[in-house]
Design a protein around this ligand. Structure first.
Ligand SMILES: Nc1ncnc2c1ncn2[C@@H]1O[C@H](COP(=O)(O)OP(=O)(O)O)[C@@H](O)[C@H]1O
Ligand SMILES: C=C(OP(=O)(O)O)C(=O)O
Ligand SMILES: [K+]
Ligand SMILES: [Mg+2]
Length: 588
């Protein structure tokens, strides 16, 4: 009589070639193949009752809305319970774990969303990362936001990461003497000047923050505010003053970005010499390190050197910290150095706002696609940002074109979508977030259905990134997910991938393979957990696991079953930092 198999462990020797791991190889268990060492084991797991003695349900106060109806009667103790937040729990249960949203969401926090209740609404709505933009808000103001997010994580089990975004040395207007906006009409004459005025700014006069402004610009140049929202042509230069005539009228907003164009090209003179990280940025970076932010996004990166410099600064300043550096691709100069910049960084952002002011707009979509693909190849998370749902700053529903834009980002399988003004100061931050969530879910499902029978092939990992055996194991595990296993006459597809990872690297590699089911990533610290929350398909948990995989799995299964997030009979594919193996396990 054949014993029923609950666990199958595929141990890969170091010479193992993943090319041999085609999905059909796994169509049926057991899978004797000469190049695979397949061990058929007795069930890896003790019966669930046997592990109850070291299991503790998460503190009910951390999960106020936890539905106990799904929980078995587990009363015993474990020192390190696993936190699960309400948003994850709802998403996993709604349509089964396979339908969990894979695309992550970054929300910029501003006056509209800085209160605890508003932040909680974003957290419950599915925000994965909260972004603070150092162009705005004092350190005090931003500290409050960070405190609120921390409280949500600690009290409600969320894993929301904080991303601090530097101001960078962009050229921008002054603050309009305190006015909220100013209207420039067609044909009006305005003066742009390096003089500063405080609160008594003369009429139709704009101060500019860049000293070399009057030297760099020439009569006949075009001056674009916010990438073209308002446009002027330079008619005369008088000392520090540049006299301009308005050609495209519009609303001037405080501190709006300025670019100048000559014969259809961006003018880069002395301004090209401005440092990427200004002295204000360094102070903000010190502040971010002291506050323990998870990500620092660097604006207007031009070369890899600045990223390397910042990373070594962070390492020397705070050796224990785990701050990831994100390169914002928004400067025309960065485009020639994309490979090196992304390689030096821990991730990238397609910052389409400023990018669209530095290159012709019609080039932005192809640049976006190129960056998304490159990041995937180099195994770096990528965020697509700016104007995704711009109309929702004012209106409760998006335009059809905006929905199509978001869909395209999801189809490209970028790691994350970002809200800017929509969540910072718009009228409908929660609705904008809900649109990103529902469009992601719908398009992800559509893509999965479309490629159900297609062979899975991740892009080859770049030779500049050594993913080695862990990379091959992760690609292999991602391929197995698409197989159908026959267990006790039942046809089963994997419900989830489990990865036990100390640094997060193994989880990143799995995410890179964009597998067909969610990836439950178990990390020993909450900082690794938060960092993983930016990446496609990862459902990160904090778990104090050991080197004993059997006990890790027992513990994890008990906790997740107790929460109703997995059930007996589910098929799970397991990989870890500790073992060079892929295990296919039927949950006991
Ligand atoms: N901390 C803040 N305080 C006040 N307003 C903010 C803040 N963060 C963002 N905003 C508002 O939201 C808008 C969009 O945010 P974002 O795209 O991050 O900034 P920017 O447009 O300056 O690059 C900003 O122009 C600003 O009006
Ligand atoms: C995200 C961007 O940067 P910021 O909002 O800081 O200008 C952008 O320019 O698109
Ligand atoms: K910024
Ligand atoms: Mg920008």
């Amino acid at each position: 009589m054949t014993p029923s198999i609950t666990s199958q462990s595929l141990r890969l020797s170091s010479s193992f070639s993943i090319a041999a791991l085609q999905p059909h190889t796994f169509s049926k268990i057991p899978l004797p193949k000469s190049h695979l060492r397949v061990s058929r084991q007795a069930p890896l797991f003790k019966p669930i009752s046997a592990v109850q003695s070291n299991v503790l349900l998460p503190d009910a106060s951390k999960t106020a809305t936890f539905q106990p109806s799904n929980a078995p009667h587990l009363t015993a103790v474990n020192t390190e319970a696993m936190e699960v937040d309400r948003a994850t729990e709802v998403e996993l249960k709604e349509n089964g774990s396979r339908s969990k949203r894979r695309t992550k969401i970054v929300c910029t926090i501003g006056p509209r969303t800085c209160g605890f209740d508003e932040l909680e609404a974003l957290a419950v709505g599915g925000m994965n990362v909260a972004r603070i933009n150092m162009c705005h808000g004092t350190h005090e103001w931003n500290r409050k936001v960070i405190e609120h997010v921390r409280r949500l994580n600690e009290e409600r089990g969320f894993a929301i990461a904080i991303m601090m975004d530097t101001q960078g040395s962009e050229i921008h207007m002054g603050d309009l003497g305190g006015a909220t906006s100013s209207k420039a009409e067609d044909g009006e004459i305005w003066t742009f000047t390096v003089r500063s005025f405080g609160s008594n700014c003369p009429e139709r006069t704009i101060s500019v923050n860049y000293d070399g402004f009057a030297e760099d610009i020439k009569v006949g140049d075009e001056l674009l505010v916010d990438g073209g929202m308002v446009r002027f042509v330079v008619t005369e230069k008088i000392g520090p003053d540049v006299i301009c005539c308005c050609t495209d009228p519009g609303l001037l907003l405080p501190r709006a970005n300025l670019t100048f164009w000559r014969n259809g090209s961006l003018v880069q003179e002395h301004n090209a010499m401005l440092p990427t990280i200004s002295s204000k940025d360094w102070l903000d970076i010190d502040y971010g390190i002291a506050e323990g932010v998870d990500f620092i996004a660097v604006s207007f990166v031009k070369s890899a050197e600045v990223i390397k410099h910042l990373k070594s600064y962070i390492a020397s300043r705070s050796p224990a910290s785990n701050i990831a550096v994100i390169a914002k691709i928004e400067s025309i100069d960065s485009l020639k150095n994309l490979n090196e910049i992304i390689l030096a960084s821990d991730g990238a952002m397609v910052a389409r706002g400023d990018l669209g002011a530095q290159v012709p707009l019609e080039q932005v979509p192809s640049i976006q696609e190129k960056i998304v693909q490159l990041c995937r190849q180099l195994n770096k998370p990528v965020i697509v940002a700016s104007q995704l749902l711009e109309s929702m700053i004012e209106y409760p529903i998006p335009t059809r074109a905006e929905v199509a834009d978001v869909s395209e980002v999801v189809r490209q399988q970028a790691d994350a979508l970002m809200l800017s003004g929509e969540s910072a100061m718009g009228q409908f931050p929660d609705k904008a977030l809900a649109v990103l969530r529902s469009v992601s879910l719908r398009i992800e499902k559509w893509c999965r259905e479309g490629k159900q029978h297609a062979t899975f092939e991740p892009p080859p990992i770049s030779s500049s990134v050594s993913a080695g055996i862990p990379g091959e194991i992760c690609n292999g595990a991602a391929k197995i997910v698409t197989s159908v296993f026959e267990l006790s006459a039942n046809k089963l597809k994997a419900s989830a991938l489990f990865v036990y990872t100390k640094t997060g690297q193994m989880a990143s590699l799995l995410s890179r393979s964009r597998p067909d089911c969610p990836i439950f990533a178990f990390a020993p610290t909450s900082s690794v957990r938060r960092r993983l929350n930016l990446q496609w398909g990862l459902v990160p948990f904090c778990l104090n696991f050991s080197d004993d995989m059997e006990s890790n799995l027992n513990q994890t299964f008990s906790l997740l079953k107790a929460r109703g997030l997995i059930k007996s009979g589910d098929l799970i594919i397991v990989v870890s930092d500790m073992l060079q193996s892929i295990q296919v396990i039927n949950v006991p």
